[in-house]
Design a protein around this ligand. Structure first.
Ligand code: FES
Length: 153
């Protein structure tokens, strides 16, 4: 069965007819070539696929594209300014070495932006709790937390 979806991704409107079972993650990566959003576990456990939906953090692997019909989606490709200036969170990750291999970084940065936006960056403990769904196999957690502490201001 197929479904028509229309969504605004990083300010651009996309309309597609999709299989009803298509995840938002597969729509982004396979249909739209927005491959900045990564696939890790595909089961809601690693956070590599994190995007913002109407300003709220979600796992795009657990979200059907049809559920995002009409929504505003922000992916890592959409966080820098149109002129290419880094988002303050991106700059803070660079400054504090908030990554090593970089695979989890798009999800970490989008999640970190959600953390601040949703008002969950009031303390280091709260940041760690909020970010606990974003796994980093290199263990860059210290730099990630420091980056968020800096960028929240
Ligand atoms: Fe979605 Fe791991 S790929 S949480």
């Amino acid at each position: 069965e197929s479904v028509d979806v229309s969504l605004v991704i990083n300010g651009v409107t996309y309309e597609r007819r999709l299989d009803t079972r298509t995840s938002l993650l597969d729509l982004l990566r396979e249909e739209l070539d927005l491959t900045g959003t990564k696939v890790g576990c595909n089961h809601g456990q690693c956070g590599a696929c994190t995007v913002l939906m109407n300003g709220t953090r979600i796992n795009s692997c657990l979200t059907l594209a049809a559920m995002a019909d009409g929504a505003r989606i922000t992916t890592i490709e959409g966080v820098a300014s149109a002129e290419g200036e880094l988002h303050p969170m991106q700059a803070a990750f660079l400054e504090h070495d908030g990554f090593q291999c970089g695979y989890c970084t798009p999800g970490q940065i989008v999640s970190a932006i959600g953390c601040v936006k949703e008002g969950h960056a009031t303390s280091e403990a709260e940041i760690r709790e909020y970010m606990s769904g974003n796994l980093c196999r290199c263990g860059a957690y210290k730099g990630i937390t420091e980056a968020i502490m800096e960028a929240r201001e």
